[in-house]
Design a protein around this ligand. Structure first.
Ligand code: ATP
Ligand code: ZN
Length: 285
């Protein structure tokens, strides 16, 4: 039977989370010793472990059919691949940073300046659109030290918390673009592989939809049901089941985990009792 080949990062920030995602999709990968490739035990999937920088090229060439990587790498490499689905982890931004004692006056500040980065294409495109001339110094890594050693006047790099910038005497001047992990695919997949991709994508979406959601069950006197239904949006609308005591009903719904405490308080005020909040593992819309 034909298998679909997925490339994920060998070791780095996206590795564990990529494997976790597969595991949430019910796909068991045994890779104790991190070989170059391995097979899933219960899905026709082969996993290739690669450097994230190489994933766009391998997917373009069809060495891998699909791959998980940061959008930043996908944009920088400009390979001919399809972005299939954003995955909601590995969030970061690409920002311009300058020495902390500099007075930042807006984008024009960068005119004629030397900017060190591992993302020269993204940066070049950005300043070309702004019609500002800059000198780009391409570095493979450790971009954050470039100003300290006199190689550049500013840097353009990945920021998540900003602590690396502070440690290197820098401050964030402009956040240019946000990035997260994404699933990319080859543009000429066979029919059989496309079908496998659809099956995988179905599971990924079920996981994404369920993430952060809670299932709420509660009891309420019949006369307050309209008030409670107004507080509980639900997928279509809440389910209402009669209790043995005909004056009461049980109401079931799905809410966002973020809204949790606020809604619970309002539900209690409206007269709800015996409120149960249960995590949701998967949700098929
Ligand atoms: P590789 O050896 O595979 O080339 P790398 O050093 O290029 O690894 P990592 O530092 O592991 O890459 O980061 C992988 C991806 O994680 C980044 O391209 C980015 O999309 C995302 N990411 C999220 N937060 C951060 C962060 N704080 N710093 C760097 N990358 C981050
Ligand atoms: Zn890399």
């Amino acid at each position: 039977m034909e298998k679909i080949k997925i490339a994920i990062q060998k070791s780095g920030r996206l590795s564990e989370k990529s494997l976790d995602l597969l595991s949430e999709c019910g796909i068991n990968v045994s890779n104790g010793n991190r070989r170059l490739k391995t097979e899933a035990r219960n899905f026709p999937l082969e996993i290739l472990f690669l450097r994230d920088d190489d994933i766009p090229q391998y997917v373009e060439q069809g060495v891998a059919d699909i791959g998980i990587l940061g959008q930043n790498e996908m944009w920088e490499k400009e390979k001919d691949v399809t972005e299939i689905e954003r995955l909601g982890f590995g969030s970061c931004r690409l920002s311009l940073a300058i020495p902390k004692d500099e007075v930042y006056t807006g984008l024009a500040y960068f005119g004629g300046k030397r900017i060190a980065t591992s993302y020269p294409r993204i940066l070049k495109k950005f300043f070309r659109e702004k019609e500002i001339d800059v000198k780009i110094e391409e570095l493979g890594g450790s971009v954050e030290i470039a100003t300290g050693i006199g190689l550049a006047d500013a840097i353009f790099d990945i920021v998540s918390t900003g602590s690396t910038l502070i440690m290197n005497g820098l401050k964030e001047a402009e956040a240019i673009v946000k990035s997260e992990a994404t699933l990319i695919g080859n543009k000429n997949l066979s029919a059989a592989k496309t079908e496998l991709l659809e099956r995988l994508l179905f599971r990924i979406k079920a996981y994404k939809n369920g993430r952060g959601k809670k299932y709420v069950l509660l009891n309420a006197p019949n006369e307050v049901i309209p008030d409670i239904v107004r507080l509980l949006p639900g997928m279509r609308s809440p389910s209402i089941l009669p209790l043995a005591d005909g004056r009461w009903s049980s109401i079931h719904s799905v809410i966002n985990g973020d809204d949790f405490w606020e809604i619970i308080d309002e539900l209690k005020h409206a007269g709800a009792e015996g409120i149960l909040v249960i995590p949701i593992e998967k949700m098929i819309l």
